[in-house]
Design a protein around this ligand. Sequence first.
Ligand SMILES: [Zn+2]
Length: 583
Amino acid sequence: MKLQYKLSIPEPHTHMANITINAKRESSDNYLDFFIPSWSPGSYLMREYGRNIRIFMAHNKLGERLTTKQIDKGIFRIDFSASDLKHPEELEFSVKYEIFCHELTVRTSHIDQSHAFIHGPSTFMGVLGKEMNSPELEIEINPLWSKITTGLTDISEKRDVFLYSAADYDEFIDCPIEIGCHETDGFMSHGKPHELAFYGQFLSNGISETKVKEDIKKVVDHILATMGGAPYDRYVFMTHLAPGLFGGLEHLNSTALQYCSYEFSQEKGYKGWLELVAHEFFHLWNVKRIRPLELGPFDYTTEALTRMHWLTEGLTSFMDQYFIFRTDYYSLEDYLDCLKANINRYQQTPGRKYHSAEDSSFNSWIKLYRPDENSNNSSVSYYLKGGLIFLVLHMKLLEQGKGVLDLVDALWKRYLANPKVGVVEDEVFEMIREIGGEKLRDDFIYLVKGVDEIDFESLFNKFDLVFEYDEAKADLGINVEFKGDRVVVKSVRADSSAHKSGLNAGDEILSVNGLRFLKADYDNRDKIFIENKRYTLLISRLGHVMPQEILVEKGLRSIKSIKVKEGANNKEIETKLKGSMPV
Ligand SMILES: [Zn+2]
């Protein structure tokens, strides 16, 4: 079934998009069910985009109103047989709906006077049970705006008619669209054009637009050289910059990136941005093409459960920092600092003892994407643990003169041999056996499925890298949020002082030993609380004010730094960790 979409945004300040779909049914189609996805590939939360639809109506080509009925959260049925029509033989029809778009994330659409960012799954309906080949989209551009940037194929033939197409519905909604007056630029790499679109601005503390382009190009050049070329005709980086923004979403031939304007302008934040660029760009191989069996083709109306996000996000998280290290944006010291932070975060997550990487993956829809006070105590991020699993694998392979790229290469060959069907975990485990032997495969399976502690230190020692630890200090073991100056407990770490004493998430700490306790005091807590000493807090819990005794104990030990062993050669270690480089 061919769907011809038209998008118009006559009043951007209302945040409404008007969508028309022209189509032709088969004479045997007594009814058709139009659906809007409930979720977006790459982001595993039921977002129920149907909640943003305002009206839905359908007419045949002769203008006769067709009977429609909403039959599920985001599904509307057009019942041709129940429609009272003068011309029931007319097969061509059109659907019209209005959709509210005012959420600026990479998985939602956002329209205001400044621009329209159109995220396919949250905007474009499809038809259940029909193959939707070669959909077309006409964009009626509002006079406020002058540019359209998208990974969709431009098939416009006339001036002022903006017409796009994709191979099928999946590809169609996988191409976000930026419409507005954004900055655009581009570069060639490995013979393919790469387009850049920037909406918003960064604080230009010495970072120029030219440098941003050069840096993206350097990362892209390196990844393409490593991966052996570009499996696309054209690639688009769409970036939104505003204070407080962060996020990225991968697509087949584009990515939507969001980053904080202030972070972007600071050295550390800027390198974090390059990590994000590398992360989403590498996803075009890992998850958009190489993918677990369950992740594509998709049923957009229900959750796609997989136990393999340690591969989709774990490997990608390892690779993003690894690529920034290999392109020399991170020195050896910087890279070891990143690894230190990852290991510390992992070892300070009590949930690592309960949830394996595959459990965390399987529960992504109800845990990682719906964090609460108990998240860190019951689960661990598959981004974090997945990344560390691949760090361990990489280091163990380096000892054999190989590296993680040998696995990436095997995964890519497997994709090329059978692109229509995703991989299952046994295939990945078998690849690891072929590259690194049976023992390594078994160790890896244990890292994926087990919850035992990982001995990072011994592994690093083999590379002449030593851990230095921070002395553990007196620690309450809580995360807090501030309501004005007031201190409210947000979460309590399992087995911490607060956990053992019975402090709860939601408790407001009013005073300590009779003294008022406010934000500035919390910020100064290292000087206030002494190890192995008891304090009487006054707390407000569910509207009741009550005393709460707490014995403040030592917190968790953390790694202060990972250093090159005295007498060892920095350059040799750096070269070894980087693995084989493209020529
Ligand atoms: Zn990712």
